[in-house]
Design a protein around this ligand. Sequence first.
Ligand SMILES: Cc1cc2nc3c(=O)[nH]c(=O)nc-3n(C[C@H](O)[C@H](O)[C@H](O)COP(=O)(O)O)c2cc1C
Length: 133
Amino acid sequence: MSNVERVCKFLDEAQTYYLATVEGDQPRVRPFGTALVFEDKLYIQTGKVKDVSKQLAANPKAEICAFTGGKWVRIAGELINDDRREPKAAMLDKMPSLKAMYSADDDNTQVLYFRNAKATFSSFTEAPETISL
Ligand SMILES: Cc1cc2nc3c(=O)[nH]c(=O)nc-3n(C[C@H](O)[C@H](O)[C@H](O)COP(=O)(O)O)c2cc1C
């Protein structure tokens, strides 16, 4: 399993992760659940109308935290917009419940992938492990 696949599997198992962005000097954080490996990159999904999308457009730096099975992961990097139809369609196929609100061809659906990212797995019992995405 590649590093990206391993991190995505962890997010899938956790089901919910928390995505932090930056707005000026104010951190912003919210629950997210979308995760997909596409072309060896880790993608997430949102709506362009959301504040989170506007924050990432102004400053792509982001961090995710998820916890499951006694371990947590933090993924720190930049989230980069990808306006191609293919990753949007792949995301909606993996997470069909999104199709109630989004389609690959609407003006709102947005997918973003992590660039220059590092993922650190931690637990109370083992030394942290950092891998590059
Ligand atoms: C469990 C859970 C998972 C969620 N997953 C997503 C997601 O993957 N993408 C998304 O855009 N919003 C998701 N949401 C909704 C966002 O948390 C919500 O729209 C939030 O207000 C967006 O942040 P913002 O207000 O700073 O734009 C999820 C909410 C919950 C409770």
